[in-house]
Design a protein. Structure first.
Lengths: 113, 113
């Protein structure tokens, strides 16, 4: 998985609780991304980062925040988890000059009860 | 609209046959078109990619055909094998200020032995 780890790999939580997912890379790539994958929707971009402390919103950013204080770590926080955020979350990194060639981590399966 | 439409949703092919998956896009500013392969419980893996100045790209048994005027591109898997059974996603990348991949909804390929 291209030097990408995600933690935790599985999580069950309750509605209203905050949740933080971690993505760690060993490739020193500039770009990092968070996607969610749901049946029938493919993968949808939540947030991405183009450098330390440089982040931007994606297609489905409502209810999510991110932080990147080090090149190797990109955190995704669900501020107050809802059942609609039950999904599989993938982190990706990019070696491309513009961020186009993306490699994905193993995913985190999140269930919000 | 940054949408990528993928078809079919599912595909069953006999071993040795040709698998064809199609994608169509609307935004002519897309400038990079990758295909990803995903096995159950794993993250998507980059399979092959093409840029719009090329009409075809071949890597082993996998070929991308690109029709810029029709705004369509397709993945052809020659001599399909049971090990190719997976979900395939097309995507399109916008390298401007948005700088993100937009994914199709996926095609579940089953290759019968």
């Amino acid at each position: 998985d291209a030097g990408i780890t995600q933690s935790p790999r599985h999580k069950v939580t309750e509605t209203g609780t905050p949740v933080t997912l971690r993505c760690h890379q060993t490739e020193n790539h500039r770009y990092m991304y968070w996607y969610r994958q749901d049946p029938g929707h493919g993968l949808r971009l939540i947030h991405y980062s183009y450098g330390v402390k440089d982040t931007d919103k994606g297609e489905v950013s409502d209810g999510y925040s991110v932080s990147r204080s080090k090149t190797e770590d990109f955190l995704l926080t669900l501020e107050s988890a809802t059942s609609s955020q039950t999904s599989v979350y993938f982190c990706a990194i990019s070696e491309g000059r513009l961020g186009e060639t993306q490699y994905f981590g193993p995913g985190t399966r999140l269930l919000v009860l | 609209q940054q949408q990528v439409k993928q078809s079919p949703q599912s595909l069953i092919v006999q071993k040795g046959g040709i698998s064809i998956i199609n994608c169509a896009y609307e935004n002519t500013a897309f400038d990079y078109f990758p295909w990803y392969q995903q096995f159950p419980g794993k993250g998507p893996a980059l399979l092959i990619a093409i840029r719009p100045d090329v009409s075809e790209k071949k890597e082993g048994r996998f070929t991308i055909s690109f029709n810029k005027s029709a705004k369509q591109f397709s993945l052809h898997i020659m001599d399909s094998q049971p090990g190719d059974s997976a979900t395939y996603f097309c995507a399109a990348f916008l390298s401007g200020s948005a700088r993100q991949l937009t994914f199709g909804s996926g095609t579940q390929l089953t290759v019968l032995p």
